[in-house]
Design a protein around this ligand. Structure first.
Ligand SMILES: [Zn+2]
Length: 387
């Protein structure tokens, strides 16, 4: 059977796979592979270590450098605890909007990219169009390095990558890095009346959280650099959103867990902040260990690199030609783009939908945005017919 589906029909299929990051995305990946295969497009599946999830890369067109890759992610955030007025796993159209989990972030773009690849199969492309579909984007951009590698190892290098995250078709050239830094503080349990002999993991963590608070005050008091001024807000942020520790009011807490969401503006390096944080952790840990040598303060960094605005970036120039947007934009959310840039690709973020609808109950994409995304990819295909 060789059914060519519309973008809207493909979106129906994609949304129906409940690819929450904690669950497998393999049924969706196999669907994409099979659909491409039916249209004569070979794709490569790149499984994760446990084989429970995968990314996928594909190419249409001649085996030459200078093409364009479209990047999307297959996973979505959970719907638990959210008040949905429609079934999140089925696309519902009303009042010019398509509702459903992932319609905006970002199965809408994935559907459009699939249409573009299939369409390009019957065109005489002079440069290739490639497709990179990642896993685990929503849980720390974990799958992006694999698909970036997958593109490099299997196909000629593209001149530009368009990451189709929702920007309302604006040309976004930068975002902060976002790092989830997780901490485990191990203290020493004694009865709280013997406080001087114990180490309270909760109180040590609290001391560190207060240090974090002071960093934010210092950061915000500074005048932003020129690059930082492109961001809103124009400064790095460190946020402790969760903390969990202790067992009773009269026992010094043995364990405390918390995490920091660190978002560095373009010219501030995550590595530098991590070093600063590590230094503060070491100071507190050495004091803990004076009381109890087995106490510790450990940190684990889940890294998501920034997209740094490129000087004369090819991807940016391409996206400006395709959309006509000449403004300069940066965003405050992370994308797979940083990993592509790290591998030496020119990257731009430009896709349909508004990020305000991402991750929300009753997530939707405006039909007008969906159409605008389709038009951009139409123009892209036209441009790939020339050298
Ligand atoms: Zn996304």
């Amino acid at each position: 059977m060789l059914d060519t589906l519309t973008a809207r029909q493909l979106l129906d299929h994609l949304v129906a796979f409940p690819t929450v990051s904690s669950d497998t995305n393999l049924p969706l990946i196999y669907f994409v592979r099979d659909y491409f295969a039916q249209h004569g497009i070979d794709s490569l599946i790149i499984p994760n270590e446990g084989g429970t999830k995968a990314g996928l890369v594909a190419q249409v067109g001649p085996n030459v450098v200078g093409g364009v890759a479209l990047s999307g992610h297959s996973d979505v955030v959970p719907v638990e605890g959210q008040d949905w007025s429609t079934d999140p796993w089925s696309v519902v159209e009303k009042e010019g909007r398509l509702y459903g989990r992932g319609t905006c972030d970002m199965k809408g773009f994935v559907a459009l990219a699939m249409v573009a690849l299939v369409k390009s199969k019957s065109m005489d492309l002079q440069r290739p169009i490639q497709f990179a579909l990642s896993r685990d984007e929503e849980v720390g951009l974990l799958g992006a390095p694999d698909v970036a590698q997958g593109l490099l190892e299997n196909f000629p290098k593209v001149a530009s990558i368009i990451v189709g995250e929702p920007t309302e078709m604006q040309v976004v050239t930068g975002h902060k890095s976002c790092d989830d830094v997780q901490f485990h503080v191990r203290g020493h349990e004694v009865h709280s009346s013997r406080l001087h002999e114990g180490v309270s993991a909760v109180m040590c963590a609290a001391r560190f959280v207060e240090w974090v608070r002071q960093q934010n005050i210092k950061i915000q008091a500074k005048t932003p650099s020129a690059t930082a001024a492109l961001f809103d807000p124009p400064f790095t942020t460190l946020h402790v959103g969760m903390i969990n520790g202790g067992t009773a009011h009269n026992i010094t807490a043995k364990d405390c867990y918390f995490s920091i969401d660190l978002r560095c503006v373009g010219d501030e390096r995550t590595e530098d902040w991590i070093a600063k944080i590590q230094n503060q952790v070491d100071i507190i840990e050495s004091e803990m260990q004076k009381v109890q040598p087995r106490a510790f303060f450990k940190m684990d960094v889940m890294c998501g690199p920034a997209v740094i605005p490129e000087r004369d970036g090819q991807a940016e120039a391409l996206a400006r030609r395709l959309t006509g947007d000449n403004g300069s934009h940066t965003v405050a959310y992370g994308t797979d783009g940083g990993h592509f840039q790290k591998q030496g690709f020119s990257v731009v973020i430009c896709g349909p939908g508004n990020i305000a609808q991402a991750h929300q109950p009753d997530e939707f994409i405006e039909l007008s945005e969906f159409d605008a995304g389709a038009q951009m990819l139409e123009r892209l295909l036209e441009s790939l017919q020339t050298n």
